[in-house]
Design a binder for this molecule. Structure first.
Ligand code: HEM
Length: 212
């Protein structure tokens, strides 16, 4: 049986993540230019290419850290690279061109399970804002053949349930009970992930991922 103390701790890790990464979220959100009125299919494709360059190496690192260590996260059901590739194929890519896309080499440091969990929190949380982006892109590109938005659809109807299940699994990890600075390390992993993502999106232009 878990007592009230555990319930309080549960609220507090998710609350800390939300509060202590808010400025990082805002900065990264500002680097996502998908809501701009002049967004072209080429801009959208370049944004997905940048996401691909970040997600391919990062999901591999997370899989190595978390799949065996934290099975309750159901990490293997959450990877997004195949969704990105589905969208990119609809925009003209094939296996050879996907393999040539640049990959991010400045990944967030993930020295242990807590940092990896913080990183995964960022990737999973982005499915929430992703629903806003999805609605916008559907309207913006109505009648334009740009594919079916597999990445931003993510889990479809299950975005809410998948997010809640992630939060539950995150706060009940066995590793958490064993370590005093666990929560602080999770938060640091999340902050570093937001920052690395923002830096990668703005790497070419200094302000936006969608401009050539
Ligand atoms: C235009 C870009 C974005 C917009 C408009 C946006 C918007 C939002 C909104 C409205 C929420 C709250 C959803 C809810 O509580 O139901 C949210 C949550 C979140 N977003 Fe974003 N977002 C954007 C980009 C991103 C990116 C690029 C990332 C990650 C790299 C990200 C990570 C998160 C996380 C982790 C949460 C969960 C916060 C929490 O409740 O703990 N977002 N976003």
């Amino acid at each position: 049986m878990r007592g009230w103390g555990h319930l309080f701790a549960t609220v507090s890790l998710l609350q800390r993540l939300k509060t202590e990464t808010r400025p990082h979220h805002e900065r990264t959100e500002a680097a996502v230019r998908l809501m701009e009125p002049g967004l072209t299919p080429g801009d959208y494709r370049r944004h997905l290419e940048a996401l691909h360059g970040f997600y391919v190496p990062l999901e591999a690192a997370l899989a190595a850290r978390l799949e065996a260590a934290e099975p309750a996260l159901r990490a293997h059901e959450r990877w997004k690279v195949s969704l990105l590739e589905e969208d990119l194929r609809a925009l003209g890519h094939d296996a050879a061109s996907l393999a040539r896309l640049p990959r991010c080499e400045q990944l967030p440091a993930l020295p242990g399970v807590p940092e990896a969990l913080g990183c995964f929190y960022v990737l999973e949380g982005s499915t929430l804002g992703g629903q806003l982006i999805l609605r916008h892109l559907r309207r913006h590109f109505a009648g334009v053949p740009v594919g079916d938005f597999a990445f931003f659809r993510a889990y479809g109807e299950d975005v809410g349930p998948m997010w809640r299940a992630f939060g539950e699994a995150l706060t009940h990890t066995a590793a958490r009970a064993a370590s005093g600075d666990f929560d602080t390390r999770v938060v640091k992993g999340a902050q570093d992930t937001f920052d690395a993502f923002g830096a990668w999106l703005t790497r070419e232009t200094g302000h936006a991922s969608v401009r050539p």
